[in-house]
Design a binder for this molecule. Structure first.
Ligand code: 13P
Length: 251
């Protein structure tokens, strides 16, 4: 039995007032759910608020990015050890928005992944193809290379305490969800690729789907054998929606 995880990625959204209502809604609305780990990943300035609202509850806190460097003259960066110091558990690594808008390469993503693991954080490694890549029939090549860049750098064993998120770029924020079959195909491919390196790690690792997941489509996605939960953008900003998605992943 793999751990089911539903993680909210707030992206660059929120305010003190909105977050308070949202976090309280998530804590109360997901209380007592079994068989699912609920996570909220906020912008850096609001992590203190997550700590206040979520510590002592069943909901975990996460960040959306970190620096590949540990400390020093890196203005504007936040290190893995700082996040750990702050009591965080999860961190999203290599989101397609970071790759596409902020120029993160596969090498940077691998270095960030290693920084997270070394600090004792649980990285949520994002991989996914663009629409052009899917239409060109190179989805597996693209996500395979994104995965290989990390396993080649840290080794498959380092994946034992991590999570993968398959997020097709064409499904992010577009309302166009991958079908359960489309997602399952890529999830199975990723798991097999990890299994070729370490079967035990592959069997245990949670692979989440992300891209226009909503309360109305979560259940059919999570019913697929290799989909172990979701990484949720827009729908994580509405507690009722997010709670329903968590419920769909629960036993
Ligand atoms: P949406 O759920 O808004 O499509 O975003 C998905 C995502 O990018 C989560 O990381």
């Amino acid at each position: 039995m793999r751990n089911k995880i539903v993680a909210g990625n707030w992206k660059m959204n929120g305010s003190l007032a909105l977050n308070e209502a949202l976090l309280k809604g998530v804590v109360s609305g997901t209380a007592g759910l079994e068989g699912v780990t609920c996570v909220v990943c906020s912008p850096f300035p609001y992590l203190f608020q997550l700590q206040g609202e979520l510590s002592g509850t069943h909901v975990f806190s996460g960040a959306q990015n970190l620096s590949q460097y540990d400390k020093g003259a890196y203005t504007g960066e936040v290190s893995a050890s700082m996040l750990r110091d702050f009591g965080l558990t999860y961190v999203i690594i290599g989101h397609s928005e970071r790759r596409a808008i902020f120029g993160e390469t596969s090498v940077t993503v691998a270095e960030k992944f290693k920084a997270a693991v070394d600090a004792g954080l649980v990285p949520i490694l994002c991989v996914g193809e663009s629409l052009a890549e899917r239409e060109a029939g190179i989805t597996e090549k693209v996500v395979g290379e994104q995965l290989d860049a990390v396993t080649g750098y840290v080794g498959a064993e380092a994946l034992a305490h991590s999570v993968i998120a398959y997020e097709p770029v064409w499904a992010i924020g577009t309302g166009r969800t991958a079908t359960p079959e489309q997602a399952q195909e890529v999830h199975a491919f990723l798991r097999n690729r990890i299994a070729s390196l370490n079967a035990e790690v592959a069997a245990k690792i949670s692979i989440l789907y992300g891209g226009s997941v909503k309360a109305s489509n979560a259940e059919e996605l999570f019913a697929m054998p290799d989909i172990d939960g979701g990484l949720i953008g827009g729908a994580s900003l509405v507690s009722g929606e997010f709670n329903e998605i968590c419920r769909a992943a629960a036993r």
